[in-house]
Write a protein that binds this ligand. Structure first.
Ligand code: SD4
Length: 301
């Protein structure tokens, strides 16, 4: 019997870790724990970058991306650009378990969710609308009208008592994104990856940069080669930074559009994390040490 462990991105990942820990402790699978952990964040309207209360796109509509991956067989379920469903992670679960596919987008994903009776509900809140209005005003003065900062993904990695590993993500993506824009979060290998043979990883930050390095896959591959979760996060992120800084200011990032962070777990439940900025905290709890900890990620400077 393995000792379970679970970690989630950002301080708001605390609620995810709390929910996931309880389920893992009851012997539930990592996949169940990750799904339920993410649902808790999606339903929290005070988290302004995930699910209900998520930040709208440039037309004022909330479009959500989410994904789940099962480390036993590398099965993936992901959705992108979904509107009107508070829990896109559960649509991703359906895609993983009920379809022969791995990624459904927009209307197709919504119709599939309807066919299974998943709950629809409003995503826009008074506060997310207000934030959107303010950002729109700022954007009107900016040079590039397609870019908007302000974004965070809930990414969860877990090891269950059977030694099975899972990863999941959910986000409303970049604030004021173009309608139809998809980030790294629902893209296997970029925003998430899980393989029982090594561990799991998730990313948060500017999806357009994270996907250029297929960061989550790179981290899991490094762990497969013998690196610890911490070494793998630092090495993979540093490689991408070294490559990108030839053309972009990605080292010691200060702008949302150049910030990246990663979080990983290994086969024993040890975690690692790294960021190219000083603001990335994650939540972590294990069966051995039952305290829920908030940890600051190592900065790649
Ligand atoms: C995206 N990576 O859509 C997501 C947003 C995010 O912290 O994680 N921000 O690009």
């Amino acid at each position: 019997m393995m000792q379970w462990a679970i970690a989630a991105t950002w301080p708001f990942g605390q609620s995810a870790v709390r929910v996931g820990s309880r389920l893992l402790d009851q012997g539930m699978s990592g996949l169940d724990a990750v799904e339920q952990a993410i649902r808790a964040v999606e339903l929290d309207p005070s988290v302004d970058s995930v699910g209900v209360g998520g930040v709208p796109n440039c037309e004022g509509e909330v479009q959500l991306d989410a994904a789940l991956m099962r480390g036993q067989d590398l099965a993936v379920g992901a959705v992108a650009g979904v509107k009107g469903f508070p829990n896109p992670i559960s649509i991703a679960r359906l895609v993983l378990e009920k379809t022969p596919h791995h990624l459904l987008v927009g209307e197709g994903a919504e119709r599939y969710a309807d066919a299974y009776g998943l709950e629809r509900g409003p995503l826009l809140t008074a506060s997310s609308l207000e934030t959107w209005r303010k950002r729109r005003e700022k954007q009107a003065q900016a040079e590039d009208p397609s870019l908007g900062g302000g974004h965070d993904t809930v990414g969860v990695v877990a090891l269950d008592m059977n030694g099975d590993i899972a990863a999941g993500t959910s986000t409303s993506g970049l604030a004021l994104k173009l309608p139809g824009r998809v980030g790294d979060s629902p893209l296997v290998g970029s925003g998430f990856y899980a393989d029982n043979a090594a561990g799991a990883a998730v990313g948060t930050g500017c999806g357009e940069l994270i996907m250029r390095g297929c960061l989550s896959f790179a981290i899991v591959e490094l762990m497969k080669g013998g690196a610890s979760a911490q070494q793998a996060c630092e090495e993979a992120l540093n490689r991408l930074i070294c490559r990108l800084e030839q053309c972009l200011p990605v080292r010691n990032a200060t702008e949302d559009m150049t910030k990246m962070a990663v979080l990983a777990i290994d086969q024993k439940g040890n975690v690692g994390a790294a960021a190219n900025h000083g603001e990335f905290d994650f939540a972590y709890q294990t069966a051995r040490d039952r305290e829920l900890r908030i940890i600051r990620a190592r900065i790649i400077a």
